[in-house]
Design a protein around this ligand. Structure first.
Ligand code: THU
Length: 130
């Protein structure tokens, strides 16, 4: 995947990030997932006054994909307004792992369009899998 292609995907995740529901943290996150058939799904973080019910952007996008029949993540993009490319939480890494393989491309980005490309073993070494 080249720089132009990655930037196009980052732009989509940055756009959807505006829909994040974050009245408590004001920390907006946007995510985009592409499945094995090139279908795209987006997600944002959705917070709740009962804080523990908050759903992260990555999991929102993945759950949307699974709902529509996705079997495998080909590409996952996540962005936030951070100095460095955003670092996904541990729960999201484990959920990514469930639907990833060694070929899955994980793109961590920020709203300045800086990014890092990783694979599942880099982002979640010695991962738990049944
Ligand atoms: N958040 C995500 O959406 N993804 C992550 O990987 C880390 C955290 C959200 C959850 C919450 O709404 C806000 O960021 C602050 O934790």
């Amino acid at each position: 995947m080249d720089d132009t292609e990655i930037k196009k995907l980052l732009k989509k995740a940055i756009d959807v990030r505006n829909n994040a529901y974050t009245p408590y943290s004001n920390f907006k996150v946007g995510a985009l997932v592409i499945d094995e058939n090139n279908n795209e799904y987006v997600g944002v973080n959705v917070e709740n006054g009962s804080f523990g019910l908050t759903n992260c952007a990555e999991r929102t996008a993945i759950f949307s994909g699974i709902t529509s029949g996705m079997k495998k993540i080909n590409v996952l993009v996540v962005v936030a307004n951070t100095t460095e490319p955003v670092s996904p939480c541990g729960a999201c890494r484990q959920v990514m792992s469930e639907f990833s393989d060694e070929k899955t491309i994980i793109i961590l980005g920020n709203t300045n369009m800086d990014y890092k490309v990783m694979d599942i073993n880099e982002i979640l070494p010695y991962r738990f899998k049944l």
